[in-house]
Structure formats: C-alpha cells, structure tokens
Design a protein around this ligand. Structure first.
Ligand code: ADP
Ligand code: ZN
Length: 291
C-alpha cells in the first residue's frame, strides 16, 4: 500500500512516496515560494501516484483543532504569503484522499515513535535545533496538541552571565530559539555554524542553553526519551556537554533509571534524518484507519 508524505517547511517542501513499513520509495524537494506557485507543484507530484492517503507535517503555527473552521490552516506565521492559508483544504480539494495533518516536529516525534528511538515507549519528545527550535511531543501513545500545539522552542531561558548577545527571536530576547538556533549561533559568533566546530566555548554555551530547555521539558512533560535533531545537532560534541549540563541543572531532584542512564535518554535521531518524512507516512496511515 502506498502513502504520500509532505514535510512542509519554511524554506523547502519535501515530498515522498512510501509504503506501510515506512520505506521511502521516491522523494523530491522543491523550494517554498508562494502558495500559488508551490501548492500546484505539490499536487502535481502526488497526482497519479496511487497513494491511499497523505500525511502533512507543516511549519506553523497551524490549526490542529478538527472542530475549528480554520482546521488545517497555517495561521500566524511570519512568512506572510502563507499566513492564514488553508494548506490542508487546498491540497485535499485536488487529491480527494484522506490527509493527516500535524506540525513538522510532531510528525518527526511520530516517526521516532513508530520506527525509531521512541518505539515501544509510551512517551518521548523530538526537538529540532535548526533554523528555528521546535519540539514535538508524543505522550501516552499519541501526539500532544492541547490549546494550539506545543511551541516549546520559545521557552524562556536564563541568560549566561557573560553572554550579551541580543538573540534572534523577534518575540522574545531570551527564548531558546533566540539564543540557541542555528541563526543565533551564526550571528553571535559571526561565522557559519560548521566553521565553529573547533571552538569549545561555542558549544559549551550552546549546551548551556539547550540543557536549560531540556530540563524544562523533563520537569513539565516527563518524557521517557529525548531525541535531539536538526542541523545544529550535527555537531555531535554537543551531546555529552548537554547531558552533563542536564544532570547538573536537575541537581539530583529527578531520580529515574532514565536519568541515571543519560546517554540512552538524550539521543540523536535514529532514522538517518528521515524521522520527519517517515512520521508523515504514519500520519497518512493513521488518517486512513480513522476513516
Ligand atoms: P531547517 O531548520 O531549516 O529545517 P536545519 O535543521 O538543517 O534546517 O537547520 C539549518 C541550520 O542549522 C542553519 O541555520 C545552520 O546554522 C545549522 N547547521 C546546519 N548544518 C550544520 C552543521 N553541520 N553544524 C552546525 N550547524 C549546522
Ligand atoms: Zn521566541
């Protein structure tokens, strides 16, 4: 059985065809331009491919409330051409198949929960540290939405006493995205992130901020595992730095076997950076089952 997957990002759209086992059989990527250019290209790709259902993991914020009149819309994004845009409805109108819809990071969490490091656990979170910071939450066997959906990349952090960087988030001077995203690294140190690989100070400060975010998630969500992905996490030296900062900040308060085994608790993605697109396939499967 074939399923379609669409990872709708602010800079690119990744489209794929996969089967029920999450195997990717075909994949293409196109730049994200305006909806009138990009959406017809998405529809063209999926038409005639014999897919039973489609899963979309989208940048946002998005409306995930099935009772809402604007369910399936991208809502208040700063990417103005896409603000208040009915991405789900416009694709569904043309393809006429069941379409599952969630945030990009929830899709990645679902990919890890179905086929990766969260598989078999009742909860886990997926964090991307890339152009932005986002958190997908898989909790008690399903994706967490709540009032809107978690926007935990914007949790507020304490500034390092020696850090006078103003941050890159237009909304918050000291949120995680402001202080720890890829663009924040590059602006603070005035170099491309991968050119900073050998500078220990950079990654100690980066780990200091990421660990604060993780501690907030551990204390509020109590996930069974934390998967850390996104471009910045390609700097693998961050993992031990983050783990030791998390232990230090928890300061012995949370005593579980997971925290004792922190190397297996805070882990990189396990699906070769396919967690997002595979999660979209699972969204498609779930939507088909629902109908
Ligand atoms: P996006 O978030 O747009 O989906 P990525 O997760 O690849 O895409 O994030 C892109 C950001 O990650 C860039 O801003 C860059 O600063 C950073 N980045 C990409 N590759 C690396 C790398 N190898 N090392 C450190 N940072 C990186
Ligand atoms: Zn913010």
């Amino acid at each position: 059985m074939l399923f379609g997957a669409l990872e709708a990002g602010g800079t690119k759209m990744v489209m794929a065809i996969g089967n029920e086992n999450g195997e990717i059989l075909d994949r293409v990527s196109i730049p994200t331009e305006t909806p009138d250019i990009t959406v017809p290209r998405i529809i063209d790709y999926f038409k005639g491919k014999n897919i039973e259902a489609l899963g979309i993991g989208s940048f946002g914020p998005v409306d995930l409330d099935r009772q809402s009149e604007t369910y399936g819309y991208i809502t208040s994004t700063p990417k103005l051409a896409w603000a208040n845009y009915d991405i789900l409805g416009n694709i569904k109108k043309e393809l006429q198949i069941p379409i599952g819809f969630d945030t990009d990071v929830n899709a990645a969490a679902l990919g890890e929960a179905t086929w990766g490091s969260i598989k078999g656990l009742s909860s886990g979170i997926y964090i991307t540290i890339g152009t932005g910071v986002g958190v997908g939450v898989y909790m008690d066997g399903r994706l967490l939405h709540g009032m809107l959906h978690p926007e935990a990349g914007h949790v507020l952090l304490s500034k390092h006493p020696e850090d006078d960087f103003e941050g890159v988030c237009p909304y918050h001077p000291n949120c995680m995205e402001a202080l720890a995203s890829g663009p924040s690294l590059e602006k603070r140190w005035n170099k491309k992130a991968y050119d900073l690989a050998d500078n220990n100070k950079v990654w100690e400060l980066e780990a200091y901020y990421i660990a604060q975010g993780l501690v907030n998630y551990i204390l509020t969500l109590s996930p069974h595992r934390i998967v850390l992905g996104g471009g910045v996490m390609h700097q693998k030296q961050l993992f031990p730095l983050i783990r030791s900062q998390v232990v230090k900040l928890l300061n012995g308060y949370v005593k579980t076997k997971q925290i004792e085994n922190i190397d297996e608790y805070i882990v990189p993605p396990s699906l070769n950076d396919n967690q997002g697109i595979m999660g979209c396939i699972q969204l498609a499967k779930m939507e088909l089952q629902e109908q």
